[in-house]
Design a protein around this ligand. Structure first.
Ligand SMILES: Cc1cc2nc3c(=O)[nH]c(=O)nc-3n(C[C@H](O)[C@H](O)[C@H](O)COP(=O)(O)OP(=O)(O)OC[C@H]3O[C@@H](n4cnc5c(N)ncnc54)[C@H](O)[C@@H]3O)c2cc1C
Length: 432
């Protein structure tokens, strides 16, 4: 969370800071355009945040280490979408409330000025409808009551009104900014956003990270409504670290769904396993979707929930199907043991003796101390219970995967007890 907050604040801070090099809310104001400064900075901020959000949406791997994984990058994408919405609304309200903008100044040559002048009309005209369409799409994304499928099917259409607003932003950028860093920065961001839009519309997202796969076996745990499936992948898979996730497409119309990879990578036996719970529309048909012999497309690996730190001890908390990344890590440790003391707390409301037996075997082979809490019998897992079971918790890091709210509660309990913020790692099973 902290990296998302830092990235968001840094991005907004740089834009505003560079803008103040060229202008200010007061020097920009004039009798004819009292709010020109606000109009310009709110417009630039809204466009800039949309461009950064588009860059994140094309899943750039080089940003994963800094932003702590694609799942967190989608969270920043969401915040930027909300930021673009808020500053866009402010820009529109100021503009419709505050009178016309200042005319072009002498800093751009007459030719460019003439071209820009001719485009200013259309650039103003198209902005409002494009803005309303974008607002509607952002609203669909934010209202989680709207089925994910509908959101996923419409979200990439934001690209079209974005291009219109990019045109609006460039043409109506104050002429004086063209020769200033804020002008170059805005143009660079709009170029990145526009390239990102075409990269997405032309279907390049994930290119180079996609492989064909075939379901080679699966096991269903009816008590848990969970399916464990292994898929044989073709040669292009570049391997993965336990804890990473991938997008699986078994049905083009349904689109890709992210699942944590639940197996260690062994190039000699090129297969990848997933543990998926029947939660919704697509996952409600897991057994059909992962029938043996069925082909699938896998895109990945992504994510930074990879258990890498310098702590002598790690405490893992896998709630429900959130056990998946820990199963993958235990299977890796069976062949490459760790020097760390490792404790796994698995809390579950449902019980499958077969699944628990497999987990106990994986934990034994990986030298992990396993604690199983069956909530109807043992009550809820709490920070107190973990601290009691692992007295050296202060020298440990905590790795959590499961319901977001449970993770947040556990995190604040451990923060209050003195665990350092950076030592609590949480995988987010949500991208919206
Ligand atoms: C990084 C990550 C790792 C995950 N790992 C696992 C795992 O190992 N095992 C497991 O059972 N589940 C995992 N999930 C959750 C899994 O992706 C969703 O449960 C699944 O996509 C639900 O699809 P549905 O159509 O059945 O759900 P719906 O009924 O459509 O939606 C239920 C919820 O699932 C989410 N969701 C739906 N479709 C998608 C999609 N295409 N992409 C992203 N989120 C979606 C939405 O937030 C929605 O609120 C993971 C999610 C993420 C983000």
């Amino acid at each position: 969370m902290i990296r998302t907050l830092i990235a968001f604040s840094l991005f907004v801070g740089v834009i505003v800071g560079v803008w103040f090099l060229a202008d200010s809310l007061f020097t920009a104001a004039s009798a004819t355009a009292p709010n020109d400064g606000f109009t310009q900075i709110s417009g630039i901020l809204s466009t800039a945040m949309m461009c950064f959000a588009i860059l994140l949406a094309i899943r750039p791997r080089f940003l994963e280490p800094a932003l702590n994984g694609l799942d967190k990058m989608y969270r920043l994408h969401k915040w930027l979408g909300v930021g673009a919405l808020v500053t866009g609304v402010a820009h529109w309200l100021i503009k419709t409330g505050g009178g016309p903008g200042k005319g072009a100044s002498g800093l751009v040559d007459v030719a460019t000025q003439t071209v820009i002048e001719t485009l200013r009309g259309p650039a103003r005209g198209v902005a409002q409808p494009a803005m309303f369409i974008i607002f509607a799409f952002i609203a669909v994304a934010l209202i989680t009551k709207i089925p994910y499928r509908l959101f996923a099917k419409t979200h990439y259409l934001i690209a079209i009104p974005f291009l219109v607003l990019a045109f609006h932003s460039v043409v109506l950028l104050k002429a004086g900014y063209w020769a200033q860093p804020i002008g170059w920065l805005t143009l660079a961001l709009v170029a990145i956003g526009t390239l990102g839009v075409f990269y997405s519309l032309l279907g390049f997202i994930g290119v180079g990270s996609k492989v064909q796969a075939t379901v080679e076996n699966s096991a269903y745990y009816p008590e848990l409504r969970v399916l464990e499936a292994n898929l044989k992948v073709d040669g292009a898979w570049r391997g993965h670290k336990p804890g990473q996730f991938a997008f699986i497409t078994t049905n083009k119309k349904e689109g890709a769904h992210p699942f944590t990879i639940a197996t260690a990578w062994n190039p000699a036996k090129p297969s990848i396993g997933f543990i998926a719970k029947e939660l919704g529309d697509f996952t409600g048909n897991l057994r059909q979707q992962f029938e043996v012999g069925r082909s699938a497309k896998i895109e990945g690996p992504y994510g930074r929930f990879v258990f890498e730190d310098d702590k002598p001890c790690q405490i893992w908390v896998g709630a429900g199907v959130g056990i998946a990344p820990f199963v993958a890590h235990m299977r890796q440790l069976a062949s490459t043991p760790s020097a760390k003391s490792l404790y796994l707390f698995h809390s579950t409301a449902d019980v499958s003796d077969l699944a628990l037996a497999k987990m106990k075997a994986d934990a034994k082979a990986a030298n992990v101390t396993l604690h199983i809490l069956i909530s109807p019998r043992d009550g809820r897992l709490t920070a107190e219970k973990i601290k009691k079971a692992v007295p050296q918790w202060k020298s440990a890091s905590i790795w959590f995967c499961g319901p977001t709210a449970f993770g947040a509660a556990l995190k604040s309990d451990f923060m209050r007890a003195g665990l350092a913020y950076r030592d609590f790692h949480q995988e987010v099973f949500k991208m919206r």
